[in-house]
Design a protein around this ligand. Structure first.
Ligand code: NAP
Length: 542
């Protein structure tokens, strides 16, 4: 053990760093801290590694980022050894990849699985965290690093009568690992976001009858998913260095960017050509690779939204269903754009029914189905694709208390404030990877942002070690400065007007603020580097 925790050295519960989560960020953080010679303990509630890719094992779960950028960059050996089978890999493939990484770098031995953090209290005298878990242990650690993911605390609406339902109810983010036999069943799905779309398009042909309860329609972009052969894999492997550089320096951490200049510098024909080309690419470049004005200029957003609406309408046979399934309540890209693979075709099937629960909301769940204000729908299985308490949910439930007993949950119940999404004033040595107000799931290819943020955290810890410092936290002024900058950027966009998890609107009573930074991954990266290069100016170091 390195000489950093000042009390009770060499006992089994003393660590330099505790990392919560064994997903993409957690595994990388444990690996890096261990390489730095620190004594690290990973804690994971699941029985295995994977994080998001362990829990979200619903039928059809798939990543919307291309595999060749949805990976770790730290090991060339890993890049050479791993073979991606598809352009957009399914959940099982990403989970296999993370298990491969855990095996290769022997990461499991540093984890306690099936263990949940129940409390974390900063001890100002000892300058360390006391981290309690549901196994009755208290771990002492200098650094407490949450890698709990941005979308990990499921939101399951508490519909009256839920407990009386005689069939099976599941949430997509806690889908049974053994699956549910849906053959010959009447299945109801609530929710048509990125998750609902993947689920619905996958199970429609398997079930006897599918009832989709839609409150808000999404702008699905048709995915072009290719199978990879060795030549394709070698092509992308050869470009790994270039891709890494590109994703860190692009607006949302992908290998594409706004490369066509301003909307206003082009003729209508040129714009249409760009939109058609992007549509044919079948990726999120349709969202974050067209024109930057999509996010800020209502007239531009209206035109691009219309372009996508026409594509959607063309897929639906029944004009009444087309009316319902074509988004009208928000503009394209002001909320997460899902990729779809046969989703719209599902509504041309005889065994699929679309129920509009915006005009006739769900009243309750009965013993035999779902009752809306307009009718009752008999069901054997109900699957909720109702999303997450994003950004704050998993951190809030860990019961974290900083200096002078300050409660993170209570603070964020009033107002969600962080510094760069990575630290919070009043909570020394707490590092929140993918925390609120960083460019995370909402506007980032997650592997890009997670690796960049873990690198910032581990560099910061290395700095503290070298300088023989015990703790670091942002000053109130530094935090106010970041929040003000975040808000200024957010409020200049159209996104703040759309009701979604992006603004906290999906959780009753949650303070409203754009949960992720939208100034650009590239810009964020520079701002993080500036802090480092200034010797952490604006941070209190003890
Ligand atoms: P979501 O986008 O929050 O969608 C939840 C859906 O449930 C919405 O359609 C919502 O309708 C509906 N809903 C919630 N409460 C309801 C209620 N009481 N009655 C009726 N409908 C209700 O959640 P998600 O689809 O799980 O996606 C969350 C995020 O996960 C995505 O935005 C994405 O970032 C990530 N994700 C990524 C991938 C991928 O990479 N492929 C796949 C899946 C998810 P309202 O909008 O009207 O509230």
């Amino acid at each position: 053990m390195t000489d950093i925790v000042s009390t009770k050295k060499d006992t089994k519960n003393d660590y330099d760093a505790v990392v919560v989560g064994a997903g993409i960020a957690g595994l990388y953080a444990v690996y890096k801290l261990r390489e730095m010679g620190l004594r690290v303990r990973g804690i994971e509630a699941a029985p295995a590694v994977g994080g998001t890719w362990y829990w979200n094992c619903y039928p059809g779960a798939r990543v919307d980022s291309q595999s060749y950028i949805y990976q770790y960059w730290f090991s060339d050996e890993l890049i050479q050894e791993w073979n991606w089978a598809e352009r957009f890999p399914p959940q099982a493939e990403v989970e296999r990849y993370l298990n491969f990484v855990a095996d290769k770098f022997e990461l499991r031995k540093d984890y306690a699985f099936e263990t949940r953090v129940t409390s974390a209290d900063w001890d100002d005298d000892a300058q360390c965290w006391r981290v309690g878990n549901d196994q009755g242990e208290t771990l002492n650690t200098r650094y407490f690093i949450s890698c709990t993911g941005m979308l990990s605390e499921p939101k399951a609406p508490d519909f009256p009568g839920k407990d009386s339902f005689q069939g099976i109810i599941a949430h997509t983010a806690r889908y049974p690992r053994e699956g549910i036999d849906l053959k010959g069943k009447r299945v109801g799905v609530i929710g048509c976001g990125a998750t609902g779309i993947q689920l619905i398009q996958t199970i429609a042909s398997e079930v006897e009858h599918l009832t989709v309860f839609q409150r808000t329609a999404s702008y699905g972009v048709a995915m072009r998913n290719d199978q990879f052969d060795d030549a394709e894999r070698d092509h992308w492997r050869a470009k790994a260095g270039e891709l890494q550089d590109k994703v860190y320096n692009s607006f949302v951490g992908f290998d594409y960017d706004f490369e066509h200049g301003s909307w206003y510098d082009q003729t209508p024909e040129q714009r249409l050509q760009v939109l058609e080309e992007k549509w044919q690419e079948g990726s999120l470049s349709m969202w974050v690779g067209t024109y930057p004005e999509l996010f800020t200029d209502q007239a531009v957003n209206d035109e691009i939204s219309d372009f996508v609406r026409k594509k959607i309408r063309a897929r639906i046979d029944d004009p009444a269903i087309a009316d319902l399934i074509t988004p009208q309540t928000h503009g394209f890209g002001t909320y997460r754009v899902p990729l779809e693979n046969g989703y719209y075709d599902v509504y041309n099937r005889d065994n699929v029914e679309l129920v509009d629960v915006r005009s006739a909301p769900i009243e309750c769940i009965t013993a035999t189905g779902i009752k809306t204000t307009e009718g009752e729908y008999p069901l054997d299985v109900i699957i909720m694709a109702t999303g997450f308490n994003a950004g704050t949910g998993s951190l809030a439930r860990m019961n974290i208390h900083g200096r002078e007993g300050l409660s993170l949950t209570e603070e964020w119940n009033k107002d969600i404030r962080t510094t760069l999404g990575l630290q919070v004033h009043g909570f020394p040595n707490l590092f929140t990877v993918a925390g609120p107000l960083a460019p995370s799931a909402a506007f980032c290819n997650m592997t890009t942002c997670l690796q960049q943020q873990v690198d910032w955290v581990t560099d910061c810890i290395a700095y503290l070690q070298e300088q023989h410092l015990k703790s670091i936290e942002p000053t109130l002024e530094k935090q106010d400065e970041w929040v003000a900058h975040h808000d200024e950027v957010a409020n200049s966009t159209l996104l703040v007007a759309t009701q979604s998890w992006y603004t906290g609107a999906n959780i009753e009573g949650k303070p409203s603020r754009l949960i992720s930074y939208i100034g650009g991954v590239n810009e964020y990266h520079h701002k993080c580097e500036e802090v480092q290069e200034s010797g952490y100016a604006g941070f209190t170091k003890v």
